[in-house]
Design a protein around this ligand. Sequence first.
Ligand code: DAH
Length: 346
Amino acid sequence: MEYRHPEIANVAKQLKARLKQTQDKKAVLRAPELLALIERIKTLPVGKRATFGKEVNLLKAELEKLVRESLFPKPSTLTPIDVTAPFDTNLSAEDRPKLLPAENGSRHPLMTELELILDIFARMGFTAVESRELDDDWHMFGSLNFPPGHPARDDYDTFVTDEELVAPAHTSTMQNRVLKAGKKQLDQGQPIAVVIPGRTFRNEDVDASHEHTFYQLEGVYVAKGIHAGNLAATIKAWLSNYYGREIEIKIQPFYFPFTEPSFEFAASCPFCDKKGCSVCKHSGWIELGGCGMIHPNVLKEAGIDAVKYSGFAWGFGIDRLVMLKYGIEDIRHFHSGNLKFLRQFT
Ligand code: DAH
């Protein structure tokens, strides 16, 4: 900016130089030289006042702009920084701190398998409800037709808190809740079709095939006119999907208080097609779990009319399925936290 009045041009030169040197940039706007120029305006004869005043105002505006720019440099002139980075990313490669070596983790094989299983059941029309890790005696036994003192309770010995809560020994502990929640659906003509994955607990003598903590998958299906043939077909369809080949199933009588009749089910060995191998211990079959037609007392406890409706349920261990699939010889690997074991599943 050129100033025609020599006096103003002089002050402009001085103050711009001062702005470059001083720390207190704003002080330039209060400089006595500038104030003196402003005071001078009033004293001038009317004819000169306008042009002089205008130039002083231009100088003031120019100085204000320069002060502003010196205090807040244009963003493009700053080096960008990433405040979320663990170090200043503007540092050169050799000045950067050396990070500890890191590697990606992997999904636990039990969770990978569970997801696969739930996917198949979802396609078959089952919704999933997670089980719980703390429950009460009534849900784990009473609602499932185990009267107090019933000897079958001994098969489900588990951990109990001071407040008499139990770490559930089976996912059947959820049956009453799932049945109650599905009652409305039945009245609307829709079946109850739910699978219940969950962590379960038992007071076991731990060895290669027994753990105190393991996973189960429960299934519950209720509608009008359901019979044991539907149960067998559902398990067969699921297993054939899971192993990607036609699986035969074998069902033999068993006892559970919450089903009548009750069965154990086994699958034809998917690894040797029943010819006999080390996985099926040369029997051609692998035992998988328990199942049966839901006992009328269990339906009644949930407020479901056991004359109008019937259903089936099953429960099996997920750990065992994964062990068979990958040839894992010891169930204790799953909770060992052993990286050598887990890295095989990356
Ligand atoms: N809860 C049983 C167990 O852990 C397994 C089971 C058997 C579940 C039969 C069921 C069933 O739903 O109908 O030993």
